[in-house]
Write a protein that binds this ligand. Structure first.
Ligand code: ADP
Length: 487
């Protein structure tokens, strides 16, 4: 296809700002699109943590003013580059909104923070005279862009040919505010395009309006694309998503082989390949040192790296992990932060069994990489999982994942069958403690059979989860919207 001009808007782009998978995808997808020849421009807020990260940025044009209802906001644009590429990243620098300790807040002006992001992306395109073929927006934070282009910016010839794609990374987060925020989005003139029943009920959801007005919608795995059209998993949006089923596509995320491959990983003290796992054993040793666990080769070590939230299925751990530790000689290394009750649980477990359980209650990129490399298996019992990246990292790192068969986990993890030697991990069907206990038992008994385990590890490490394959699927979606480009 001919190279497209793509305006890519995301509230997270690693390494600048990341709280989870969106950050990884927000960097990897633009990088992969650029490698495929497209002209990609990324827009992201200049959060306090970006400022503190010491990234190289330079000022561009002067301040732009933007009126959101009664709020007169002024922002400047800083330009940087996506590492390893020549993709320009435009940071929206509005200290009043973004200089806060965290990326997302519960503050009363959260709607303003991301209404401005969408607007700023379009203002920046205007400033650059950059006429996008595709405005690719992500999650609720930039979901008002399609409606904006169809309404109050419909006059601008620059966007005449622009088609919009909304990627849903997690429909559990919808950006729902009180209906009163409508007068603070800069979209008062488009009042009639907002869902009137929702407004009548006193609500305004950013994500819903993205779903209603984007030209195409993608989500991050084929299974999740089906799941979100059901009442059980649509979190109230299933009806709208069924209504748009003809333009809803499930495309699995990839993993970025520059960062997440045991042969290239810049964070690992020792690198390794599927043919020679000696570096993995040395990483395990280093991990023991780092988290202060006795190093006991041959004893299975289960790793976890996760936001500690309801979505991640951690409630099952309350019952199952103490049982597991009583029944099996195994170690557990957990990295994560989030809800208090989960943090307390893992802290207690580590306190009760200090030579078997380590809990790092923080966010640490280097430790996340070391856990993937230095564990024998990886636990991810998510209640729901749009795609999930960690299970793919685990597969690549020879650390078979133990997962609940849902969303992207169902698309990437096949239960290992010792008879046929097929499969790359362990997956339980029903989300309950018995299911998880069963999968853990299966994993630990397979671990006791070194030939079977080697085969299992090998199956995962030889799979290709890189973005190169996924990009063609995004291009196919773009080509549906810009048919003249598909040649
Ligand atoms: P989600 O986007 O729901 O958080 P994913 O599995 O798609 O789940 O992506 C999670 C990403 O965030 C992975 O790159 C993972 O390594 C990272 N991550 C999560 N928690 C931590 C943490 N405490 N420290 C470092 N990285 C983390």
């Amino acid at each position: 296809m001919r190279p497209l001009r793509i305006l890519f808007v995301s509230s997270e782009v690693a390494p600048f700002a990341k709280t989870g998978g969106l950050g990884d995808v927000g960097a990897a997808l633009p990088r992969a699109l650029r490698a495929a020849g497209h002209d990609v421009r990324v827009v992201l807020p200049f959060y306090a943590r970006v400022a503190e990260g010491g990234h190289e940025v330079r000022p561009t044009w002067g301040a732009l003013e933007h009126q959101l209802g009664p709020h007169r906001l002024s922002f400047t644009t800083l330009e940087g580059t996506l590492p390893g590429t020549d993709v320009p990243v435009y940071f929206v620098h509005c200290p009043r909104l973004y200089m806060r300790p965290s990326i997302y807040t519960m503050d009363v002006d959260e709607h303003l923070r991301f209404a401005l992001l969408g607007w700023a992306a379009l203002r920046i395109a205007q400033q650059l005279r950059f006429a996008p073929d595709i405005a690719h927006v992500n999650d609720w934070q930039s979901a008002l862009v399609p409606l904006t282009l169809r309404s109050v910016l419909a006059w601008d010839r620059l966007f005449e040919r622009t088609r919009t794609v909304l990627t849903l990374h997690n429909v559990g987060h919808q950006g729902t505010f009180g209906a009163h925020v409508l007068s603070e989005l800069g979209l008062e003139a488009a009042r009639g395009m907002f869902h009137q029943d929702e407004l009548g009920a006193g609500r305004l959801s950013f994500l819903l309006h993205g779903i209603l007005y984007a030209n195409a919608i993608t989500t991050v795995s084929p299974t999740y694309a089906r799941e979100i059209t059901t009442p059980e998993q649509g979190v109230g949006l299933d009806g709208y998503l069924r209504g748009r089923a003809d333009v809803l596509f499930g495309i699995l995320n990839g993993i970025d082989g520059r960062e997440w491959s045991p042969t290239h990983d810049p964070y690992l003290p020792h690198r390794y390949t599927a043919d020679d796992l000696s570096g993995k054993a040395r990483c395990a040793e280093e991990l023991s040192r780092r988290v202060r666990l006795p190093h006991r080769p041959g004893i299975p070590r289960i790793g976890m790296v996760s936001r500690l939230t309801w979505q991640k299925g951690l409630d099952l751990c309350f019952e199952v992990l103490p049982w597991l530790l009583a029944r099996h000689d195994a170690q557990l290394v957990v990295l994560g932060s989030g809800e208090r009750k989960y943090e307390d649980f893992f802290a207690r477990l580590a306190h009760l069994a200090p030579d078997r359980v380590a809990f790092a209650n923080t966010f640490s990129e280097p430790l996340a990489h070391l856990i993937e490399a230095g564990s024998d298996m990886f636990l991810m019992p998510s209640r729901y999982e749009p795609c999930g990246l960690n299970q793919m990292y685990s597969l690549a790192y020879g650390t078979p994942p133990i997962v609940h068969r849902t969303g992207g986990l169902a698309d990437t993890v096949q239960h290992f069958d010792r008879r046929t030697g097929r499969g790359n991990g362990f997956a339980f069907e029903h989300f309950d403690a018995r299911g998880l206990a069963w999968a853990l038992d299966q994993a630990l008994s397979t671990y006791d059979d070194p030939t079977a385990w080697r085969r299992l590890v090998d199956n995962g490490m030889r799979e290709d989860f890189t973005w190169d394959r996924r990009v063609a699927e995004y291009e196919a979606v773009y080509a549906k919207l810009v048919p003249e480009a598909a040649r």
